[in-house]
Design a binder for this molecule. Structure first.
Ligand code: MLT
Length: 265
């Protein structure tokens, strides 16, 4: 079977609209982009998919790499007849998009990189992934969720948006442990795509939550300084999951970017 053709994909909006391809973060699934789909599908073709091992996509043997994730992304585009798209990736979705921009630059008309980073894990980060794998295998989702939620959601979201906290928790608890471990290993082994930032030739928007504790605004500012012409939006009161925590602000930033003169449209 060709890569990507067995993944769970949701494809809505006008068939001839500018295709926007959304790649979710870890350990979530494509439904995390529902607020963006609702805002954009009238005008744009909105494609989102579950990364292998997560959501309703197959777990398979549980062994993934950033390369196999990019193979899957290209497979999703090919299977739908999508030539050039605007890619939008959050966190791990951003890691996939950075590598795809490096490896398959002709497939993109624009890039939106949310709450992500181009550099690879350092040793401390790799050891933290190994620890997460050990804990997931021995004790299941609960300790992971307990540690993870305060890191990904801003204090404001946790205080004022219980429904977002519940949605995020349910997404994580529904994931396959084997799939999660496979993603952790793929992230730990990813390459540093920072050296190719200045070769990104398409209009690029960076979005980051003001309170993002995992990929803070300073990281996005640094990347924006290296990507020619990149725009950056820092979203107030949002943590690492900006698109869920502050959907209106993120949708506004996306709409402005897509419609801007010299933008991807
Ligand atoms: C994500 O949201 O995709 C993860 O926090 C990324 C990571 O663990 O590096």
């Amino acid at each position: 079977m060709s890569p990507g053709t067995d993944l769970h994909v949701v494809d809505t909006g006008p068939e001839d609209g500018l295709p926007l391809v959304f790649i979710h973060g870890f350990p979530f699934h494509q439904a995390m982009w529902e607020p963006q789909r609702a805002a954009l599908e009238e005008r744009y073709r909105v494609v989102s998919y579950d990364v292998r091992g997560l959501g309703a996509s197959p777990v398979g043997d549980g062994q993934y790499t950033m390369e196999s994730f990019v193979d899957d992304l290209v497979g999703v585009l090919d299977a739908r007849g999508l030539g050039e798209v605007v890619g939008c990736g959050l966190s791990m979705g951003g890691y996939i998009l950075f590598r795809a921009l490096e490896r398959e630059p002709t497939r993109f008309k624009g890039a939106v990189l949310c709450d992500t980073r181009s550099d690879a894990d350092d040793d401390e980060g790799r050891l933290a992934r190994a620890d997460a794998i050990r804990s997931l295998k021995a004790r299941g989702h609960a300790p992971f969720v307990e540690r993870f939620l305060p890191r990904v959601l801003s204090p404001t979201t946790r205080r004022t948006r219980p429904e977002v906290v519940e949605t995020v928790q349910a997404m994580v608890e529904g994931q396959s442990i084997l799939g999660m471990c496979g993603c952790l290993l793929a992230m730990a082994a990813r390459t540093d795509t920072t050296p190719s930032l200045d070769r990104i030739k398409v209009p690029t928007l960076l979005v980051v939550g003001e309170d993002d504790a995992i990929t803070p605004p300073s990281v996005s500012r640094r990347m924006a300084g290296r990507i020619p012409g990149a725009r950056i939006e820092v979203i107030p009161d949002a943590g690492h999951l900006t698109n869920l925590e502050a959907p209106d602000a993120v949708n506004r930033a996306l709409e402005e970017f897509l419609a801007a003169p010299g933008g991807p449209a």
